[in-house]
Design a protein around this ligand. Structure first.
Ligand SMILES: NC(=O)c1ccc[n+]([C@@H]2O[C@H](COP(=O)([O-])OP(=O)(O)OC[C@H]3O[C@@H](n4cnc5c(N)ncnc54)[C@H](OP(=O)(O)O)[C@@H]3O)[C@@H](O)[C@H]2O)c1
Length: 256
């Protein structure tokens, strides 16, 4: 049986590493994101590494906007009768990705910063998940969210951290609702992960060194560290693990 694995943000960083993980297990991948060329390139790299794996289906759309998310969900529902694993990796800090001027004008800027972070990290996850929750394989389906160490420690301006923290009660409620159907719902909360587009140009060498120094094992996280945890949570071996937030940060949440 070929597992259908849907990955938002599947073209880069943690989402792409998760795609490689599941492709190696022979899954039928569905990669989601806003930029078509990034997804096409990701699918080509997967095909080059794993020529025997089924070709990934790439679907573009802004998952934080209801109409666009509805279109993406509709195409997945047309193509597949069920989804085995849903990995919600799409997200990020809008402050990292924007110019400082974009959010500068007083309370209007503050409102945009908080609203945009909420849309990017909460709505992109909730809209896709709600659109597919009745298609998760029962029993055996797996839903994964990606939060952040920021949900525990803050994110300087609070808005990214608060948006990620909102995924935690959603994890508990959805795990409660879907548990009787044999579907697990868990969240992975990474610390600093290198080789992603998350920080854009905004991570200074000094800040990077500080983040690494806060880990107990004194190294940056990799997308594969997170993908391996997602992969285990998606496996049959993790069938009794649900409603959990699993931190993947080298101990940095408690680091000094
Ligand atoms: N890297 C870290 O240190 C770190 C630490 C903690 C948590 N995280 C979390 O890990 C997750 C994965 O991020 P990453 O680190 O792998 O960074 P990334 O490379 O920037 O990946 C984010 C992905 O999400 C997609 N995306 C963003 N907004 C979207 C939208 N509205 N609709 C659909 N797709 C969207 C992006 O593609 P498009 O731009 O083409 O849409 C991109 O592929 C994020 O939720 C992030 O907050 C990252």
């Amino acid at each position: 049986m070929t597992n259908v694995v849907v990955i938002s943000g599947g073209g880069t960083g943690i989402g792409f590493a998760s795609a490689v993980y599941f492709a190696r297990k022979g899954a039928q991948l569905v990669l989601l994101g806003r930029r078509a060329h990034i997804l096409t390139d990701a699918a080509k790299r997967l095909a080059a590494e794993l020529p025997a794996a089924p070709a990934a289906l790439c679907l573009t759309g802004d998952l934080s906007a209801a109409e666009s998310a509805e279109g993406v969900v509709g195409r997945i529902r047309e193509a597949f009768t069920h989804v085995d694993v849903l990995v919600n990796a799409a997200g990020g800090s809008v402050v990292m990705q924007a110019s400082d001027a974009q959010y500068a004008d007083g309370l209007a800027g503050v409102a945009r910063r908080w609203t945009d972070n909420f849309r990017l990290n909460v709505l992109s996850t909730v809209l896709l998940t709600e659109g597919l929750r009745d298609r998760l394989r029962s029993p055996g389906g797996r839903i994964l969210f990606v939060s952040s160490i920021a949900a525990y420690r803050g994110s300087v301006q609070g808005c990214y951290a608060a948006a990620k923290a909102a995924l935690h009660p959603y994890t508990y409620d959805l795990a409660t609702a879907l548990g009787p159907k044999g579907i697990t719902v868990n969240t992975v909360a990474p610390g600093y992960i290198r080789d992603t587009e998350f920080f854009g140009e905004k991570l200074s060498d000094e800040r990077r060194e500080t983040l690494i120094a806060q880990t107990m094992n004194k190294r940056p996280g990799t997308p594969e560290d997170v993908a391996n945890t997602i992969g285990w949570l998606a496996s049959p071996e993790a069938s009794h693990v649900t409603g959990q937030i699993i931190q993947v940060n080298g101990g940095a949440e408690r680091g000094r």
